[in-house]
Design a protein. Structure first.
Length: 132
């Protein structure tokens, strides 16, 4: 930093929570391991340091969380207002020429939707014919 040059920072992080709501990480991680990593959590440590400096308090925390929540909900509303793409988009948006296995999967999905149109998510246009 003294020379005002770019630096490389190696940062290791640890997922202290579960992978998903159906995961129970206590089944495969010792509580000592989780406690050890939580004590080194860089966000919590920085928050504690800022509070010790008098730059952060519970009111600041609540204001930040409320502002972040509002921002996320506004972004969610905006995203939900965008028209849904056709179901086949998940097959056609990656490859210039679709591989055979994706063609087969797409055809299976299209056949299923033809037989069960009620399963198509609300607002999603009915898929076009396969483009393989």
């Amino acid at each position: 930093m003294e020379r005002r040059q770019p630096v490389l920072i190696e940062c290791l992080s640890y997922r202290s929570g579960h992978h998903s709501t159906s995961d129970d990480s206590s089944k495969y991680r010792a509580s000592d391991e989780i406690s050890s990593w939580k004590a080194r959590d860089p966000v919590a440590r920085f928050q504690s340091w800022m509070a010790h400096q008098g730059w952060w308090d519970e009111e600041s925390e609540q204001q930040l969380r409320l502002a972040a929540r509002r921002e996320v909900l506004a972004a969610l509303d905006a995203a939900e207002s965008v028209p849904k793409p056709p179901l086949t988009e998940m097959f056609t948006d990656v490859y210039d020429s679709m591989p055979w296995n994706l063609c087969e999967q797409q055809e299976e999905v299209l056949e299923y939707v033809r037989q069960h149109p009620e399963e198509l998510p609300a607002g999603m246009p009915f898929p076009d014919a396969a483009k393989c």
